[in-house]
Design a binder for this molecule. Structure first.
Ligand code: NAP
Length: 330
């Protein structure tokens, strides 16, 4: 089969596109013919060696896929040949990644794809929507009527947070880096979207949430607690999920005297059961056409190195800004 893999970490050019043997099928695994994969910031960090990860070289890159089951192991109970499925969180520990024509995936990680949703749309949602759901529902326990602020509503995670928070009945304030992206956040359901390059965001937040923000979702890798904590409401919750090397100052008094809490999490720690609980809602909302993540471009899998270069320029180097997910088709 064709696959995109690495034999060592390094710049995007270490990605090899070539022939590898099809994976062996384990007893509880499904062999999936991959229709679509996507690129996440974490893929860049791992390929570049920016985060410590135990990789089994040669290592097939990629976390997510959408495709069709073409064979099942003898212990598989939930899926049969012909089922359309999606998955996230592959390429961790012993598991190889997803950037290949075929992937063997344990059935406990697989979710059914609704017929109304394309493979490209489903894979675009996979990691980012599960992340948004875990943070909003499991961790912050966002309630109807609460005010949520999401810093970066135009990104992969951010666009999922905006839409899921609206489904949960909250008032959503967000930011984006251009007027066009602001417009798109409003179309996705945000009540207020601010251009962080041209508007005084904090002054606007104070006007829109005079009692403070109930939940603040930070997507930036440099969380600024001195800025955020004064803008939180009593019992406000903050979600932190990026910035491994960040060491920001922390105003302790302003935090505990308002009974605030901070929730940090990494989606790849979620159990299969936690992922399934999130995936049920995500698939249902996607089937209703109520949850979509913007797609910047679709490329062939053979362009995996170029896709990584584009994602790196946007996420790490901030030299260019993507307008959604990069999808690749084998
Ligand atoms: N912990 C976890 O489980 C988990 C899961 C998924 C992702 N992550 C991490 O979360 C981060 C975001 O991921 P993503 O996939 O959403 O990335 P992304 O699609 O690249 O989105 C980045 C967002 O940040 C915004 N942004 C950039 N500079 C900004 C600034 N100065 N002020 C405000 N907003 C700014 C961008 O806005 P514009 O494009 O409009 O400028 C965009 O909305 C990454 O670091 C990723 O590794 C963590």
């Amino acid at each position: 089969m064709k696959a995109a893999y690495i034999k060592q970490t390094g710049p995007p050019e270490v990605i090899i596109y070539g022939e590898l043997p099809r994976p062996q099928l384990g007893a509880s695994e499904c062999l999936v013919q991959v229709a679509a994969v996507d690129v996440n910031p974490i893929d860049v960090y791992i390929r570049a060696g920016m985060v410590p990860a135990k990789l089994n070289f040669r290592y097939i890159i990629g976390r997510d896929l959408a495709g069709t089951v073409i064979e099942t192991g003898p212990k598989v109970k939930q899926f049969k040949t012909g089922d359309r499925v999606w998955v996230t969180g592959q390429g961790v520990g012993e598991r190889q990644g997803t950037f290949s024509e075929f992937a063997a995936v344990d059935e406990r990680w697989l979710h059914p794809t609704p017929s109304a949703v394309s493979d490209d749309e489903m894979v675009a949602l996979s990691l980012v929507a599960i992340t948004a759901h875990l943070g909003l529902v499991r961790d912050a326990q966002l309630r109807a009527g609460e005010i949520l602020f999401i810093n970066g509503g135009s990104g992969g995670v951010g666009s999922s947070v905006v839409q899921i928070a609206k489904r949960l009945g909250s008032k959503v304030i967000t930011t984006a880096g251009s007027d066009e992206k602001v417009e798109r956040c409003l179309k996705m359901g945000a009540d207020h979207a601010l251009n962080y390059k041209t508007q005084a965001v904090d002054a606007e937040i104070k006007k829109l949430a005079p009692e403070g923000v109930n939940v603040w979702w930070e997507t930036l890798r440099e969380p600024n607690f001195e800025r955020v904590i004064p803008l939180l409401a009593m019992r406000g919750r903050m979600i932190v999920m990026a910035g491994r090397d960040a060491r920001p100052a922390f105003p302790v008094g302003a935090f505990y005297t308002k009974d605030c809490s901070i929730h940090g999490f990494a989606m790849f720690n979620a159990t299969a059961e936690e992922q399934h609980a999130a995936a049920l809602d995500i698939s249902a909302w996607a089937a209703e056409g109520k949850l979509r993540v913007p797609i910047d471009r679709v490329m062939p899998l053979s362009k995996a190195a170029e896709a990584h270069r584009l994602q790196e320029e946007s996420t790490v180097k901030r030299q260019a800004s993507l307008s959604g997910k990069i999808i690749l088709n084998p």
